[in-house]
Write a protein that binds this ligand. Structure first.
Ligand code: HEM
Length: 306
C-alpha cells in the first residue's frame, strides 16, 4: 500500500486520558480529503458498499431530502476545494485520480450511496425527531463491526453503549453536541489508537479481529519490542460535524488514516504525548481499543525511540 511519509493529524498532542468532547472549529475547505492511495482505496470501498449490504449501509426513506442535500453540498465542496482531483459537468462528476465518473442524478441509487462511491469519507445523517436526535441513514465502510449502521432509527446512547463508561461519563454532553451544531459553524474531533491492522477498511468482525490481532502481535513484541514500529499501525479517525442548512439534518463524516508506527519514530513531541496517554488510559479503555496487550511494548518502543 502506498502510504504518505508522516501522519497528517496528531490528535494525541491535544487529547486527554479521560473521554472528552474535543470539538474544534473546522474550515469547510478541510472537510474532505483524498489520500495517496485514493484509487486503490476507492475501489475497495466501492466493492464493500456495492448493493448496499446492511452491514455497511442502511437508510430510512424519510432521510432522502437530507441525503440529496448532503450529496449536493459535498459535490460543491469538491469542486471548490479539490478541483485538481474532481471536475463537474452538470450532474456528472469526474474523479481524475481513478478515472471514474459519477452521475449525481442517478435515480437507481440513493444519494448517500452515490456519495459513498464518490468520496473517501463515510457519512451518517441525524435528524431531530420526537425523543431526540436519531440516525436516519449511514454509509460506513471503514469499520465492519456494523455498529454505526445498526444505529439507523436509534440515538447516540445506542451507538456508544458498547464503549465502557462513555455514556455514563459523557452521554448527556454528546447528545447536546449532536443537537447544537449550527449551520455555518462546522466542527471536527478525532479518535486515535494503535493496531496491528494496516488496512483503512477494517476486516470482518472488526472489533474482535482487532483485539485478537493485537494479542497475537503482543506475543511477538514480548520477545522483541523493537519490532513495534513495523508491526503496529497508528490509526486516526477524523470526525466532522456539519449542519445542513435546508433540511436541518446533521452530517457526521468519518475519514480514517493509517500509518506504520515507525513513521512517527522521530516525532519526539508526539511520542511523549502518546506515552502520557497510554500510561493514563484506564484498563477498560485500553481493552476496548485493543491496546491492553500492546501497551507495554509500545511504551518500551517509545522510550527507546525518544
Ligand atoms: C461529540 C461527539 C462524539 C464523541 C465525544 C464521541 C466519543 C467516542 C469515544 C471516546 C469513543 C471510544 C473510542 C476511543 O476510546 O477513542 C467512541 C466510539 C464510538 N463512537 Fe463516538 N463520539 C461522538 C460521536 C459519534 C457519532 C456521531 C457516532 C455515530 C453514530 C459515534 C459512534 C461511535 C461508535 C459506533 C463507537 C464504537 C467504535 C467501534 O468500536 O467501532 N460517535 N466515541
Amino acid at each position: 500500500m502506498n502510504v504518505p511519509a508522516k501522519p497528517e493529524h496528531r490528535p494525541y498532542l491535544f487529547s486527554g486520558a479521560v473521554f472528552e468532547i474535543g470539538l474544534r472549529p473546522m474550515d469547510m475547505a478541510q472537510w474532505l480529503d483524498t489520500g495517496s492511495d485514493h484509487a486503490d482505496f476507492m475501489a475497495a470501498k466501492r466493492a464493500r458498499l456495492n448493493g448496499r449490504p446492511p452491514l455497511y449501509y442502511q437508510s430510512l426513506e424519510r432521510s432522502r431530502p437530507a441525503q440529496s442535500e448532503l450529496l449536493r453540498v459535498v459535490a460543491e465542496n469538491l469542486l471548490a476545494n479539490h478541483g485538481t482531483v474532481y471536475s463537474g459537468d452538470g450532474p456528472l462528476v469526474r474523479d481524475h485520480l481513478d478515472g471514474t465518473r459519477h452521475n449525481l442524478a442517478d435515480e437507481t441509487q440513493e444519494p448517500l450511496e452515490i456519495l459513498g462511491n464518490l468520496v473517501e469519507e463515510d457519512f451518517v445523517l441525524f435528524a431531530a425527531e420526537e425523543g431526540g436526535d436519531i440516525v436516519t441513514a449511514a454509509s460506513n465502510a471503514y469499520t465492519s463491526s456494523g455498529r454505526i449502521v445498526s444505529c439507523v432509527g436509534r440515538n447516540m446512547r445506542f451507538a456508544h453503549d458498547p464503549v465502557p463508561g462513555l455514556n455514563e461519563q459523557l452521554g448527556a454532553r454528546i447528545d447536546r453536541v449532536i443537537g447544537n451544531v449550527q449551520p455555518g459553524k462546522p466542527v471536527v474531533r478525532f479518535n486515535w489508537f494503535v493496531t496491528p491492522i494496516a488496512s483503512r477498511l477494517f476486516p470482518e468482525r472488526s472489533h474482535a479481529a482487532n483485539i485478537e490481532a493485537a494479542e497475537q502481535v503482543a506475543q511477538a513484541l514480548v520477545q522483541d519490542f523493537r519490532k513495534a514500529g513495523e508491526l503496529l499501525w497508528l490509526r486516526v479517525e477524523r470526525q466532522t460535524f456539519v449542519r445542513l442548512p435546508e433540511t436541518g439534518a446533521l452530517a457526521f463524516g468519518i475519514h480514517t488514516y493509517s500509518h506504520p508506527l515507525s513513521t512517527v519514530a522521530d516525532d519526539v513531541e508526539g511520542l511523549a504525548a502518546m506515552d502520557r496517554l497510554l500510561a493514563a488510559y484506564s484498563e477498560d479503555r485500553l481493552r476496548y481499543g485493543g491496546m491492553l496487550a500492546t501497551r507495554d511494548p509500545i511504551r518500551r518502543w517509545i522510550a527507546e525511540a525518544s
